[in-house]
Design a protein around this ligand. Sequence first.
Ligand code: APR
Ligand code: ZN
Ligand code: ZN
Length: 361
Amino acid sequence: MPQQVNGVIAPGRNEPVRVETITIPDPGPGEAVVAVQACGVCHTDLHYKQGGINDEFPFLLGHEAAGVVESVGEGVTEVAPGDFVILNWRAVCGRCRACRRGRPWYCFDTHNAKQKMTLADGTELSPALGIGAFAEKTLVAAGQCTKVDPAVSPAVAGLLGCGVMAGIGAAVNTGEVGRGDTVAVIGCGGVGDAAVVGARLAGAAKIIAVDIDDRKLETARAMGATHTVNSRSTDAVEAVRELTDGFGADVVIEAVGRPETYAQAFYARDLAGTVVLVGVPTPDMKLELPLLDVFGRGGSLKSSWYGDCLPSRDFPMLIDLHQQGRIDLGAFVTETIGLGDVEKAFARMHEGDVLRSVVVL
Ligand code: APR
Ligand code: ZN
Ligand code: ZN
């Protein structure tokens, strides 16, 4: 029987979000209905609301979530009712060329639930990143569910569904930070701080946090940064060079998504260093660099999409590390809120007051 539950809808471009009754169909083949327990508020949700992603309003927002599988459709073997799962927005196919070549994070045939969730009047909803988890229940593809240890708090587990995984993965998977490396992280919001945590986990010797806001630098230090640079008052490139015996960092992670900060990352790296772009630029942004500077430096320029993660490998591993006290994912949860507070959470996010507001159900 289709079910009626509450969900947070973005009705139209820049209109305030609101809680509405939505209809969740029974899971079809390959699908699962998940009772959401927690869902973090991410920038991408705000971008959906602002019309920055596409115009397929109304959106059902929320995509950084954990919950319990309630029911599954025909042919589902990945998960069963009662499983505690983290949702991911890149369920890979396992068959395409990227998947077969062992790089599933580049899969070009990712999938979501085929059926649609709707408003009470039958209007089809577009779930944010194919998830839509600011809701008591949501419909996803079974491949979007990764089973993890149910002993962990849902608010913490959900964070791995997007921003925290993106940041940790940028350091560990994409940047391949190694023991003894020097690492600089430019932009220390939730994603940058997670990159700091990842760099520390990977054994980096120096972790230099760069931001324009002293409050963010303080948090980055608490997360494991060994040095901090306020790039409003200090030249970031010079500062990183000075802290690395004049060489530049082995890995520089850009977690802002702007041309200026990308250029800083480019010049703050060691000649053989790696730049990882995890901040998401907007379509109008252009980067201009002297080609001779590109030629004159070795190393590599990489981008990291969702932390180049493999949910089935990385989610349970990071939950284990958290449960063992080797990383503290709880430090990313600034506040827990209700479904009706998402609009307020967007405002706080905009002011830079929170790492993560997490809707708890
Ligand atoms: N130089 C350094 N830091 C900057 C600059 C700058 N010019 N401009 C902004 N910042 C800092 C902010 O002070 C803030 O601490 O970058 C950080 C951005 O953090 P958040 O706004 O909390 O964003 P976050 O969730 O971490 O995401 C960062 O990654 O996934 C993407 O879409 C996301 O592009 C965004 C980026
Ligand atoms: Zn694939
Ligand atoms: Zn997100």
